[in-house]
Ligand binder design. Structure first.
Ligand SMILES: Cc1ncc(COP(=O)(O)O)c(C=O)c1O
Length: 419
């Protein structure tokens, strides 16, 4: 069956034909046959250069030889036991040795579970109920964070089925705006358990913190007894060996991880200061449990991936990122296009916006319908990027110079067609 036929079938059994909403782009998504290196091959025989990389986990590209070899060996020993394995300790050490603020870690199964558990823990640690998140940040699909701005200080559920009693405890402030947060903390600081943030907002494209903003957040949270949580589900092991906190030199109290930590298999983690982490069951009273937590297969994929990531690796990857971004800037200038090139290291996005993007309000002014046209043009040229203006694109070590050269040609031709 081809992708079109498979999608018709899928729609009969799976809501919308997909198991995660973003995968359902129009007229129908391609169905994947296999992934090799920087390429995805679909059931229709198309071979795409992939900058989605499963939305971030595949920093080594698809089917990395060492990861697959180790997984094959590991799977022969069984898949899950309901009892601990040494792999969990090896992966815990890899995480703690890399992430500057991590003293202890608990492995879960997704980024959503990680942020949900970290928030619960921060609430228990501070004995406070309210949490702060930034407008446009995404921390997974649970009720605490699927929240949007209402009128005034009120937050509203961002999807049906979430009680307003839950969302009223989630306060929303604009990113990169010191004044709004100072005002909020002056009013309600003694009730705020934590601030959870994407250090780089990767779910609204790519928005880095302004210079000094993270230091400001560290100071104001310290002064007010608020737990600072860096949600590094995207940036952890992506921006540098020790994530965004190492890259920017600011340590949070807690960190959430996902994507790369599981080396392409389902995995999440939350980690942080020992005195906070020791509140987690069974030694503390904050319940957190999972049948598949720390399972030996995901742990193996995580170990086999992280052990390939040293400082030299990140330097090589950043070079590819710079090459692409420089190329995009040349195209923008040569053809005087109203676009804004964002990104750092191996992350990037082209905003269809002539102005710089510092927060969600700026990002939302982008021409997302024109972006979708661009996405389609690129897909026709066998380049796959996430089908949304508000996602981030990723590079892997598997991307070759030939891939980058082909991409720049395709991007130039596609941009010229849509403007
Ligand atoms: C910053 C951030 N936090 C949390 C999540 C949720 O992770 P998961 O999809 O593994 O539940 C995501 C997912 O994209 C994310 O980007």
């Amino acid at each position: 069956m081809n992708s079109k036929e498979l999608f018709e079938q899928a729609k009969k059994y799976i809501p919308g034909g997909v198991n995660s909403p973003l995968r359902a782009f129009k007229p129908y998504p391609f169905f994947v046959k296999k992934g090799i290196g920087s390429h995805l091959i679909d059931v229709d025989g198309n071979n795409y250069i992939d900058y989605c990389l499963a939305y971030g986990p595949l920093i080594l590209g698809h089917s990395n030889e060492k990861v697959i070899e180790d997984l094959n060996k590991r799977v022969e020993l069984g898949t899950i036991y309901g009892a601990p394995t040494e792999n969990e300790i090896i992966l815990a050490k890899e995480v703690i040795n890399r992430i500057p603020s991590a003293e202890m870690v608990r492995f879960v199964n997704s980024g959503s579970e990680a942020t949900m558990s970290a928030i619960r823990l921060a609430r228990s640690f501070t004995k406070r109920d309210k949490i702060v998140k930034f407008d446009g940040a995404y921390h997974g699909s649970h009720d605490y964070c699927l929240v949007k701005k209402g009128f005034g200080a009120t937050s509203l559920p961002d999807c049906e089925g979430i009680p307003i009693e839950t969302t009223k405890n989630t306060l929303i402030v604009p990113f990169n705006d010191e004044e709004s947060l100072i005002e909020l903390i002056e009013k309600d600081g003694e009730n705020i358990a934590c601030i959870i943030m994407e250090v780089i907002m990767g779910n609204i494209g790519f928005i880095p913190p302004k210079k000094g903003y993270l230091e400001f957040l560290r100071k104001i949270t310290n002064e007010n007894g608020i737990v600072l949580i860096f949600d590094e589900v995207i940036t952890g092991f992506r921006l540098s060996k020790g994530g965004a906190q190492e890259y920017y030199g600011v340590k949070p109290d807690m960190t959430t991880l996902g994507k790369i930590v599981g080396g392409g298999l389902p995995m999440g983690a939350f980690c942080g200061r020992k005195e906070i982490m020791e509140k987690v069951a069974p030694i503390g009273n904050v319940y957190q449990a999972g049948t598949f937590n720390g399972n030996p297969i995901s742990s193996q994929a995580g170990i086999s991936t992280l052990q390939q990531l040293d400082n030299a690796f990140y330097k090589r990857l950043a070079k590819k990122g710079n090459l692409l971004r420089d190329g995009f800037r040349d195209i923008k200038e040569d053809f005087d296009l109203p676009i804004y090139i964002a990104g750092d290291q191996s992350m990037f996005q082209i905003y269809f916006n002539e102005n710089e993007v510092y927060n969600t309000n700026d990002a939302k002014k982008s021409d997302s319908s024109r972006f979708l046209l661009y996405f389609k043009k690129l897909l026709k040229k066998n380049i796959f990027i996430p089908p949304s203006q508000f996602e981030c694109n990723f590079l892997s070590s598997a991307h070759t110079q030939e891939d980058l050269d082909k991409t720049l040609i395709a991007v130039e031709q596609s941009l010229k067609k849509v403007f």
